[in-house]
Design a protein around this ligand. Structure first.
Ligand code: AMP
Ligand code: ZN
Length: 139
């Protein structure tokens, strides 16, 4: 646990939350400022600042749980679609620095603004970017 981390306190039950699921490793809560009805957050009980700090075992577990929670929420709320979102770093919109996954149910005509602006022609060389990334070994 990290001192003064609100999500550590919530995940470990020190601060109350609207919990919709809990197991040994995770707590899933409703977001207090939801983007849509049923917007929830998966919080690991252990403190990781962001995805880069996550252990592989936790990373595997969290995505399995993401799938299960999406199914559970969809069944309960009969939403029409689903966004999974996970922010790392202030520049990417992270505001709470304890790793979490956003589960965002979507409804027809809900006008939730998560759409990415795409650039028709990038101002950098795609081939160079492909090579730069491909050349970094990951295992
Ligand atoms: P992010 O911007 O990705 O770090 O997301 C942080 C999310 O946590 C936001 O959607 C907030 O509304 C939500 N949030 C912040 N504090 C709480 C809290 N005490 N309980 C539930 N959700 C919270
Ligand atoms: Zn924490």
């Amino acid at each position: 646990m990290s001192e003064n981390c609100i999500f550590c306190k919530i995940a470990n039950g020190e601060v109350p939350s609207k919990t919709i699921y809990e197991d040994e490793d995770f707590r899933v809560i409703l977001d207090i400022e939801p983007a849509s009805k049923g917007h929830a957050l998966i919080l690991p009980k252990k403190h990781y600042t962001n995805i880069y700090e996550l252990e592989e075992e936790t990373a595997s577990k969290v995505f399995v749980l993401t799938k299960k929670m999406a199914e559970k929420i969809t069944k309960a709320l009969k939403c029409d679609g689903f966004n999974i979102l996970q922010n790392n770093g202030e520049v990417a919109g992270q505001s709470v620095f304890h790793f979490h996954i956003h589960l965002i149910p979507r409804y027809k005509d809900d006008e939730v603004g998560l759409n990415m602006e795409s650039k028709e022609s990038p101002n950098y060389d795609l081939e160079e970017v492909k090579e730069a990334i491909k050349n970094i070994s990951i295992c």
